[in-house]
Design a protein around this ligand. Structure first.
Ligand code: NDP
Length: 280
């Protein structure tokens, strides 16, 4: 039976460290690190994510403000709103909750964010820095995956890691960050042929496809470590990309919920405090 990699437990540890840093920052700067969350529309999943972000910010001693805007907002108005927030010196990080409704362009809106306030690490500028191996704010979910692997003492140097998914927010940046850890990375996607054989070759599997139960036991090498990023909703329950049968084969596995999700939120707080330290 696979060992459970407990993301909630690790997130508690990370948030305690972040809280201590935030307290030191507040003493030095005379204000807490500040985070603004912008939500356009009322997507239920986004609402639940922003609530957990607000709770984590409060728990770690950060100042946070949430701006809920109508789904019908025009792109120009949303851009101006984000640009105005970016000028506020009380705010170290600004998060625009994605996906944006309708035809709003995330790239156009994110272009209004200065890279040093882009705590989600999604701007073209920060993505370019990641590609170039330069310092910058990194996306929170890939940070969470790498932290959980290190916390579980999984050696990444030279390890073969299969990343299922190549999105700009999860799979692709994660692959680059794993390369920086000297892993050998196979990136898989919906056009990949023989997914099972490619995944089975890996010592570490990260499933980030958003396809419930995509990764089955026979696709996993015995003893592999499996990180399940996927979150889908079925009959009101959250389920991941990894089938429950994988726990009989893997040596360690993250649960859904309670794995990567809480750690993603913790990494957002860590990024906000890091950004605050640059601003002071
Ligand atoms: P996207 O839909 O943007 O990307 C999904 C990726 O998976 C694409 O690259 C797609 O390939 C690939 N894919 C889809 N189906 C298959 C398949 N059958 N075989 C192989 N690859 C496939 O999703 P995200 O990256 O935004 O998110 C992925 C999952 O992670 C979602 O469930 C999301 O909810 C979850 N998530 C969880 C977070 C957390 O905090 N735990 C944070 C962020 C996301 P192609 O490029 O060819 O289309």
């Amino acid at each position: 039976m696979a060992e459970r990699i407990d993301g909630r437990l690790r997130a508690t540890e990370v948030l305690a460290e972040v809280g201590a840093k935030a307290a030191r920052f507040t003493k030095r700067a005379g204000r807490p690190p500040g985070l603004a969350i912008v939500l356009a529309g009322d997507d239920p999943a986004s609402l639940s994510y922003i609530r957990s972000k607000e709770r984590a910010a409060e728990g770690a001693g950060l100042y946070s403000e949430t701006h809920r805007l109508p789904a019908t907002i025009e792109e120009g108005a949303l851009r101006r709103f984000v640009a105005r927030l970016a000028e506020n010196e009380r705010l170290d990080g600004i998060l625009v909750q994605l996906p944006l409704p309708g035809l709003l362009s995330a790239d156009a809106v994110l272009a209004e964010l200065p890279p040093d306030k882009d705590v989600d690490g999604f701007t073209i500028s920060n993505q370019g820095r990641l590609l170039a191996g330069q310092p910058g704010l990194r996306p929170c979910t890939p940070l969470a995956v790498i932290d959980l692997l290190k916390w579980h003492q999984v050696p990444l140097d030279g390890a073969h890691v299969a990343v299922v998914g190549r999105s700009r927010t999860v799979g692709r940046p994660l692959a680059l960050m794993l390369l920086q850890e000297n892993a050998s990375v196979t990136v898989l996607h919906s056009h990949s042929r023989d997914l099972g054989a490619l995944v089975r070759a890996a010592e570490v599997v990260v499933a980030a496809a958003g396809q419930p139960r995509l990764v089955q036991a026979e696709m996993v090498r015995p003893g592999a470590v499996v990180i399940d990023v996927g979150i889908s909703r079925e009959d009101g329950k959250l389920i991941g990309d990894v089938d429950s049968g994988v726990s009989a084969v893997a040596s360690a596995l993250t649960p859904v919920p309670g794995g990567v999700g809480p750690m993603t939120v913790a990494m957002l707080m860590a990024n906000t405090v890091e950004a605050a330290e640059w601003h002071c």
